[in-house]
Design a binder for this molecule. Sequence first.
Ligand SMILES: [Fe+2]
Ligand SMILES: [Fe+2]
Length: 431
Amino acid sequence: MFNTVNQHCLDSIVTLSKNRPVSADDDIFDDRGNKLWARGQHISSGLQEKLVRRKLARPLESTLTVEGALTFADVIDDCRKLAAKQSLLERIEAKASAFSLIDDLRNIAIPGPLRLLLTAVREQHHNSYRHMLACMVISAGIAEQAKLDDHDVKVLMLSALLHDLGEMYINPDYVRSSRQLNCMEWKHVASHPRIGQLLVQELTSLPPAVGLCILQHHRRLDGSGYPHFDGHLSPHHLAALLAIADTAAGICARTKSGAVSRIALALKVVPEEYDRKYVSALLVALGDETESIECDEPDCGCHDKAVEIAHRIAAAIRVAEASQQQGTTPFSRELAGNIRGILSNLEKSMRSAGVLEANRLDSLDQDPALLNEIRVAVAELEWRLRDLARNTFVRAEIKGAQELRELTGLILALDAEALGHPAGEQAPPQA
Ligand SMILES: [Fe+2]
Ligand SMILES: [Fe+2]
């Protein structure tokens, strides 16, 4: 994959070269033997025109060296600095000896191509870099509580550092968009775990488990998430741990107060999604919190929204059941069946949140903390419907036109807006 130059990655490397020298440590040839760039020559924007969409004899990432490239020791120092600034990460540092796990890895050599890419992320994409560090610190907190052995800790820390590096190969307008992406845009973003795995597999000799953890960090134990895996196979146990750290790090970055309670809620609202023992390990590492959850949209019309989500789940279950029976390919029937199972879990979660009992809601006005908690739970469930819609689209679209046609009604029932349709739109009856 990496012999064809990726425009977005090349843009980042050229931008990096404006701040620190990046040079070719070997002559760069295309796949027909034409010399494009001489060894030792510094990278400049002239390289962009020569290389973009060209097939090279060797991946560009393996040919370039950046001066002062990031080392694992730099990463550890940055983890410490971040923990000193973010109270949630500081809790891990203060409570557990998690940092000694990371410190022990100070001398790990990061492979050259990845050092180049990580240096670019550190200099250009500060939020992404902070997210990688937060994932490492949180993973270390879980690893320490779960008493992982040295080999697993090493695999986990490398995976946490590298898990989103594949995003460098995707249009930054999609990766860093603050708006909701539609299904076609989402398809690009959803490829980052696979690209990350290929980076490790094709450009380094790191253990295959690192690539596997990167591939599976958005998978959930109930079969939701992406990329899809055979429902009979569980993700690698360290990928299940990394998925928890990734979710927690995301919440940590966007939540001003009550982060621990919010993390606990996100990881427990659908109990089938995350590995219980690692969730417990994280909550022990984070310790108790007295601050209550804050809702991003306090006036969201909690009860109406909850009723709407409950109806949407019930309607999607009916469509999934119909698709399971009427699908003309084994793929359509199996996927509809999987989604049916995931929706049942969401329905159970909805009921256990107790939000549908209108009488109870009236009394909740007296308890703002609990009301906020319910609001956030409803938002979490709504988010899962969108994710399910987009991931169903990606899987069906890759499979074929027939499958996509047959599953469009289900995608619309899950979240019509993900397909760019008005909310609540239904599929026309199939001919
Ligand atoms: Fe990711
Ligand atoms: Fe991530």
